[in-house]
Ligand binder design. Sequence first.
Ligand code: SF4
Length: 85
Amino acid sequence: MPCCNKKKKLKGTDKLKSILEGWKNVIWRNPEIEKIAHDRAEICAKCDCNDKGWCNDCGCPIISKARSLSQYCDKWDKVDKQNGL
Ligand code: SF4
């Protein structure tokens, strides 16, 4: 599967909010979000777009992207659905 998400990308204020949400969840860990982040990160670990912990598709660090519930990736669809997102 190619890097680029087919879904519409977040922009402007929505993107800023999603970035802040991710970093908030990096600093203040929540067990439920950690499970989702773990499942997402397992997919990122095998993804060609993962460049030393950075997602080449959006330019975000995966540590925070995976912890932002408003972020999405086509490759996360299955785990996000399993986690009720
Ligand atoms: S978020 Fe993860 S799985 Fe999705 S394109 Fe980026 S590195 Fe790949």
